[in-house]
Design a protein around this ligand. Structure first.
Ligand SMILES: NC(=O)c1ccc[n+]([C@@H]2O[C@H](COP(=O)([O-])OP(=O)(O)OC[C@H]3O[C@@H](n4cnc5c(N)ncnc54)[C@H](O)[C@@H]3O)[C@@H](O)[C@H]2O)c1
Length: 253
């Protein structure tokens, strides 16, 4: 699954799943743009990946139309094309609806859903010229519901609908659009949540137990699925949702 002569832009690439996708795509021969709101973490990731291939780091917010438009323009100036987009940046804010502020709702939707729309809006005209592909990182939260996550679950389900409609609209131009639904993944986001629970060891054991494969995913497990969907090996796959959850949703809990 090679990505030679392909230019990929990965959002939320400073850490976690996005960093693994960037690394995996570089190893497959792509030139990669790492986009992230955390300039310090981005700079550290840029240094760590520098000897893996050609890359460009751009600091910005996926929810800012100006940042997105300028990131796509800089990608074209630097590399001459844009072939692959991975909409990965996301945040998790929890709370039952009465305790969940409308400003938190707006921020979560802006980052987790509008960001994917904005990057798609500015990228698709360039992807269309290059038989490009979009991979959206959704979640099992789009399929099964979890307590106290109304905004996160709605945004992730919205991302699957966005995936299908973009696939419908831009298939005729040769653009493929697919989504991945990971279960638990060992990333800074998950570690932050584990730090907040009363009994970390017991929670980790529960997390292990809900997966038939008896472990949570590594970021690389998700990146390999993204590589497949971005590559020509997935040339007839569009509008699809690939669940990469170690069997978590078989149990449905
Ligand atoms: N960790 C999991 O268990 C899990 C499971 C399913 C889906 N996901 C999804 O996968 C994606 C990546 O998750 P992760 O666990 O790697 O998260 P993470 O918090 O470990 O990393 C997310 C990265 O996105 C960046 N980011 C956040 N807001 C941004 C913004 N507004 N603009 C640009 N960059 C921004 C962060 O700075 C960070 O580098 C998210 O969309 C998340 O919802 C995660």
């Amino acid at each position: 699954m090679r990505l030679d002569n392909r230019v990929a832009l990965v959002t939320g690439a400073a850490m976690g799943i996005g960093a693994a996708v960037a690394e995996c795509f570089l190893e497959a021969g792509a030139r990669v743009v790492l986009f992230d709101i955390d300039a310090q973490a981005l700079s550290l990731r840029e240094s760590a990946l520098q000897d893996r291939g050609e890359l460009l780091a751009i600091a910005g917010d996926v929810a800012s139309e100006a940042d997105v438009e300028s990131a796509v323009a800089r990608t074209l100036e630097t590399f001459g094309s844009l072939d692959l987009l991975v909409n990965n940046a996301g945040i998790d804010l929890a709370g039952k609806a009465p305790d969940f502020s409308s400003s938190d709702w707006d921020r979560l939707m802006d980052v987790n859903l509008k960001g994917a729309y904005l990057f798609s809006r500015y990228s698709i005209p360039h992807l269309a010229a290059r038989a490009g592909a979009i991979v959206n990182i959704s979640s099992v939260h789009a399929i099964v519901s979890y307590e106290s996550c109304p905004a996160y679950d709605a945004a992730k389900a919205g991302m699957l609908a966005l995936t299908r409609t973009l696939a419908l609209d831009h298939g005729p131009q040769g653009v493929r659009v697919n989504a991945i639904c990971p279960g638990y993944v060992d990333t800074p986001m998950t570690q932050k949540w584990l730090d907040s629970v009363p009994d970390r060891a017991a929670t980790l054991e529960q997390v292990r137990a809900v997966h038939p494969l008896r472990r949570m995913a590594t970021p690389r497990d998700i990146a390999e699925a993204a590589l497949f969907l971005a590559s020509s090996r997935a040339s007839f796959i569009t509008g699809a949702t690939l669940v990469v959850d170690g069997g978590l949703t078989i149990y449905g809990r």
